[in-house]
Design a binder for this molecule. Sequence first.
Ligand code: ARG
Length: 633
Amino acid sequence: TTMAGSLLAQLQKLHVQRSDFPACSPRLNPFDVYRIHLANTLSEITDIQPGIIYPLLQRTSTLDKGDLLLPVPALRVKGERPEVLASRWADQFPESTLVSKPVIDGSFLQFYFKPATLVKQVIPAVLQNRTEWGKNPLLGLKDGNDASKGRKRIVIEFSSPNIAKPFHQGHLRSTIIGGFLANLYEGAGWDVVRLNYLGDWGKQYGLLALGFKMFGDEKALEIDPIQHLYQIYVKINSLLADERKEIERLEKDGKDASKLRNGGLDEQARQYFKAMCDNDLEAISIWKKFRELSIHRYKESYTRLNIRFDEYAGESLVQEESMKIAQEQLERKGLVEESQGAAIVDFSKYVSGKAGKALGKALIRKTDGTSLYLTRDVGALFERKIHYNFDQMIYVVATDQELHLKQLFKLIELTGNEDLRSRITHVSFGLVLGMSTRRGTVVFLDDVLRDVGEKMHEVMRKNETKYARVSDPERTADILGISSVMVQDMSGKRINNYRFNIDTMTSFEGDTGPYLQYSHARLCSILLKADVPSSEIESANLDLLVEPHAINIVRLIAQAPDTIQNTLKTLEPTTILTYLFRLTHVINSSYDVLQVVGSERELMKARLALYDAAKSVINNGMRLLGLTPLDRM
Ligand code: ARG
C-alpha cells in the first residue's frame, strides 16, 4: 500500500485532474497510472495538452514492444516528420521512477515500465483486492464519478430456447456469450438484468398441446419434460406433414379436401392457439405446465454453466395490450397496409435502396388476429422499457436472425422511438458446425454436457497415477468437460463459425479449456505445497523479483484491468481468453527458472507472492468467462 500510495501522492503532485482523462481509474487500473504520468511528462516536452496524448497511448500486443506505445503521427504535429519528433522527444524525456527512457521504433515511442516500481504497485494491489481486482465499478456510474446519481442499468437478453424444441447450438452460444457479458457489465459496476426470453408461444404450441392430448403421459412429463415434449413435438409434426401431403394429393386429383382443411390437425392447432390467446383457462393451464416444468429443467443445466436469470420472460407473457399499442403507433404513422386480411409493413417504402429491399415486408398481425414473432418482440421491448427503464439493452442472438432484429429495430425507429432505438444492440454470433451427440444429431444441452464430461473422464483415466489422486473424478470431469465446450466457443471472434470438435477441445495441448484449468490448478498446488501463511506471502520482499520471467509475469498481470475494460468495447469473450492464454504461457514456462521449493526462504516468499497474484488473476478471468476454476485435477 505504501508504495502504491506514494505513487498516487506523486501523481497528485503532478496536478492530475481526473476529469482530464475520461474513465481513468489509477487506483483500479495500473495502466492508468502510467498513462497519466506519460501524458503529463510528454505534455511538458511537446506542449501538447495531456488530454490529447492520454487516449493515444496504446497497450502493446506483445511484451517485446514495450508496455505502452505512442504513435507519434496520431498527434498530427505539422511541419516536422514524426520520426524526427520521436527521436527528439525520446532525447528530452526526463529521468523517471516509473518508466525507462523511451525506445524509438520508427515513428513510434515505446515505453517500458520500470520493474521495481511496477512490481511493488501491482502485486500488493492484487493480493489485497483478490476477486475485486480487475473490476472497475466506477464505469457503470450514471454520472462519471458521482455515485449518488446511481448506476446505469443494462438488460441482457440471452439463451432464449424454445420449449419442446432442441436447445440447439445457437442457444448454447447465446448462453455462453450472454452469461459472459452479464459478468462483464456487473464487474464494471452496471446494474445488470439477466433475461431469458423463452420461445413459448405461437401456433406450434397449440399443436404441441394437441399432441399431448393424443399421446402425452403425465408421468413421463414430470420425469423429463424436455425429452417428452420433444417426442410429442416430433410425432405430431410428422402427422401434420402426412396431413399436408394428403391434402395436396386430394387436391391434385381434383377431390374435395375441405374436411381435412377445416377439421384437420393444422386447423385444430390454430384454434387451440387462438383459445390460448383468448385466455381460455383449460387451453392455458396445460401449456403453463409445459412451461414451468421446462424452466425447472433448464435451471438445472444453467446452474452447471454458472448462469442464473433474473427473469424468465417469454413470448407468451407479452401483453396483447402492448402489441396493440405497437400496432397503433405504426398505424398512426401510416406504415401499416392491409394484405389479404393481414396487417403488413413494407419497409422498402420507408428505407431506400438496397437496405430497404433487404428489410422487405413484415407481417404484423395475422388474419385471425393472432400475433407474430416480430410483433411480440416490439411489444416486449416496450414493456421492458417501462418495467426496467434501462440505459442499454443487448439481444444476444445468432446472426441467422439478423433480418428479424433489423426489422425490429427499424420498426422502433419508424414509430418515432429514436431514443429507445439508440439504447438497444444486437450482439450476434456465427454458427457451430457439426454439433452432434453420441445419441444422434438432435442436440439437447444436457446430452452435450454429458458427452464432453464422459470424454474428459476417459482422457483423465489415461494417466492412472494422477487419476488416483483426484478426489472427486466425476465432478472434475464434468467441470473440465464444460470448460472444454466453453473455451472452444470463446476462442474465436463471435462472428466466426467454428466446428464442434470434441477431440480438440478436450485435449490438454493447445489453448483449450483443460489447459487453462491445468494452469490454474498447478498454481494452486504450488501454493498448497509451500504451505506458507498468507500474511508472510503478503509481506514478502518484492525487490527479490528480478528475473525477466518474473518481470514479464507482472507486466502481464498489470494488463488485466485494462484488458477487461477494453472488452466492454469489443464485447468479445476472446479478448479475455487470449489474454489468459498469454499469461498462462509465460507462467508455465517460468517454473524451471523461478523455483519455489528449494529456494531460500525470502526468495521463496517473493515468488509465492508472484504466483499467488497470478493465480488470482487467472481465477478472476476464468470466473468472468463463466468457468469454474479447479484447485486440483
Ligand atoms: N427463441 C428464439 C429462437 O430460438 C430466440 C429469441 C431471440 N430473441 C428475441 N427477442 N427475438 O429462435
